[in-house]
Design a protein. Structure first.
Length: 639
């Protein structure tokens, strides 16, 4: 039976065994895989439903009426590719290559399917994305402290006693990691604003107010240092700026930390003492760093594992293999113009983008401030091409829509940003659409390009990537996965040590130490927009049909607004407004409301990104600030 692997934008990257039986796909977890361990999450178990969906695009579409109207006519592949190539040539000739933007992200993380199309756009010297939507602020913050965002190999959890899930709902978004911690008998703590499913299943839960993560981490560090609980030998030999940091946290009042975070002084002290005694590691989540305070918070949290003697005692990222050959930036003849991902609407409004090619992404569901983006696209002359499996919201705003196939229909490999395994994906069947690499070759041919790098087969690219990373194609074919050997690692900071006094931050004009700032919006309620259990951003909404569109609000906040459970409410701010049902819950603290993110507007009529801010955190790589959104809620009478 063929090996498969889930290519979704998920920590776990599950290895699977698949087969076609009686014309229907069947999948099960690969029991040999050390991390994903032979079971699938609820989303993975339903992959056959996604694969066989009747909603899959079967033929190319060409728009016949206004953007978003859903008016298309079917076309042949020859006509559609010819039109895309013609418009691409015209745009470059009239406006220059940098007026073309390839917009892609991690909707499919296969090395070939993700990276190979970039070869064409590098060859054409077009603009590319500067990614900021997901984990950018945290990446920059960890580089300030360690010089890298690559942390602990999760297989090393077997040697630990305590893991702290800080700002991550791991039971929903890293189920196999959560199960691994349980299997190894670790004590599990959660730090979060909301009492999530992970928090409910943890041994300890520390519920903090938004933006105060930085204060909690600094307060914990203060107790560990002042009570002499830190690993003196490790700190003396491996930390830069410890004495300066000690003096910095010395001035911090635990009473102040308590008032701001909402935790008692006793809870903060207990956290510090037990964390030090158990030499805790921290899984730093992506959610809370998507805020104006996120970068500073990650810098503060990153100090804690080092204090108790860990060289890399955090989990955040795991960049395991070099995929640059697949991307082919060597084909470019001039430096790339990089457009910040969160500023797509702004660049369209300014007329700097005239041709937009979208794959592996659904920006008209996932990007913030959707009303602005949709207006910009509707009022501009930008030519939009989307390559996708379904008629997404982005596809509805496109001039040409090209049907994509699924990862069950092609050859690829994928690594993980959680563990150190590369997995093989073999084709099981062929239903509809073409892969990203197939379409790239078709476009290159239609453009008359002769460069052989644009016509390499998927297997040739995979073999070369594996070879450059010292991995065996034969072993991968035999087992379905292979572990990347870890090379000796060092801290890639200016001092060559873990920097409590961050010289890199100073060079970027920031304080050498993490800073706490209070943020206040125009509206009274802080809106959080995490992912829902049965979706991955916008994926699966249309096929699984299991979503939760309710607004979660604290009962006290609801009572102040005359709102009862199940009543219809309007949630609004200066970006937009949506109508939904209120769900009263003590899991959400006062002053905070929650909507799950990025459902399909085409199906629901709205999504949370009608309300989210497109402001970016410039000090941390133009990272997103979704969770620094403020709203008001009012009851809709008579509904």
């Amino acid at each position: 039976m063929p090996f498969s692997v889930c290519m979704r934008d998920c920590y776990d990257t599950c290895s699977m065994v698949s087969e076609l039986r009686d014309g229907r796909l069947r999948v099960r977890g690969n029991p040999e895989h050390p991390i994903t361990a032979g079971f699938l999450c609820p989303k993975g178990a339903l992959l056959p439903k996604w694969f066989h969906s009747e909603d899959r695009l079967k033929n190319p579409l060409i728009r016949t009426s206004g953007r978003g109207s859903g008016s298309f006519r079917e076309a042949s592949w020859e006509e559609a590719i010819g039109l895309v190539a013609k418009k691409l040539k015209e745009t470059i000739e009239k406006h220059g290559s940098e007026s073309v933007l390839v917009y892609q992200y991690a909707g499919d993380r296969g090395v070939v399917n993700y990276a190979f199309p970039l070869r064409l756009f590098h060859y054409l010297n077009t603009a590319v994305l500067d990614y900021g939507i997901c984990d950018r602020a945290g990446q920059e913050a960890l580089k300030d402290v360690y010089g890298t965002a690559v942390g602990l190999d999760p297989e090393e959890l077997k040697d630990q006693r305590l893991v702290v899930y800080w700002g991550i709902n791991a039971f929903w978004t890293n189920l196999h990691g959560f199960a691994l911690a349980k299997r190894h008998g670790l004590e599990i703590w959660t730090v979060d604003v909301v009492r999530t499913e992970t928090a409910r299943r943890s041994d300890r839960f520390f519920q903090v107010r938004p933006d105060t993560d930085v204060l909690l981490a600094l307060g914990v560090a203060k107790v560990i240092i002042e009570e002499g609980l830190y690993d003196r030998a490790f700190v003396r030999g491996n930390v830069y700026g410890f004495e300066e940091f000690r003096n910095y946290v010395k001035t911090l009042s635990l009473d102040y930390v308590s008032r701001e975070t909402g935790l008692s002084v006793e809870e903060i002290e207990a956290f510090a003492r037990e964390f030090a005694e158990k030499r805790g590691v921290v899984h730093i989540g992506y959610g809370f760093q998507r805020s104006l305070a996120g970068g500073e918070a990650v810098r503060a949290i990153a100090v804690l594992p080092a204090l108790v003697g860990h060289r890399f005692g955090f989990i955040y990222d795991m960049k395991t293999i070099d995929k640059s050959y697949a991307e082919g930036a060597f084909l470019r003849t001039k430096p790339a113009k990089r457009i910040p991902q969160m500023k797509l609407a702004e660049y369209i409004e300014r007329g700097e983008i005239k041709f937009l090619y979208v794959y592996n992404s659904n920006p008209l569901a996932s990007l913030p401030n959707q009303n602005r983006l949709r207006k910009a696209l509707s009022e501009s002359d930008v030519f939009v091409v989307t390559h996708d499996i379904f008629l997404t919201d982005t596809a509805l705003y496109s001039d040409v829509v090209l049907p994509a196939n699924t990862f069950f229909e092609r050859l690829d490999i994928v690594d993980s940003y959680y563990h150190r395994y590369v997995a093989l994906n073999e084709p099981v069947a062929r239903l509809y659409g073409r892969s990203n690499s197939e379409v790239t070759r078709l476009l290159a041919r239609a453009l008359g390009i002769k460069n052989p790098h644009l016509y390499e087969s998927d297997e040739e690219v995979i073999r070369k990537v594996l070879e450059l990373n010292g991995l065996s194609w034969e072993e991968l074919k035999a087992k379905g996965f292979v572990k990347i050997p870890e090379k000796p690692r060092r801290w890639e900071t200016p001092s060559g040590k873990i920097e409590f006094f961050s010289r890199r931050a100073v060079e970027r004009g920031l304080s050498p130490f993490p800073q706490y700032r209070k943020f206040k919006g125009k509206y009274p309620l802080r809106l959080l927009t995490p992912t829902y259990r049965m979706t991955i951003t916008s994926q699966y909404h249309n096929t699984y049909g299991m979503i939760d569109p309710n607004l979660y609000i604290n009962p006290v906040d609801a009572e102040e607004r005359g709102i009862e459970d199940g009543e219809t409410v309007e949630v609004f701010n200066d970006y937009g407004r949506i109508k939904t049902l209120a769900k009263l819950s003590d899991d959400v603290p006062r002053g905070v409301v929650l909507l799950y993110k990025a459902f399909w507007v085409r199906l629901l009529g709205w999504n949370a990104n009608f309300l989210t801010t497109d402001e970016t955190v410039e000090d941390y790589g133009n990272g997103s600030a979704y969770h620094s959104t403020w709203v008001e809620v009012r009851k809709l009478k008579g509904e």
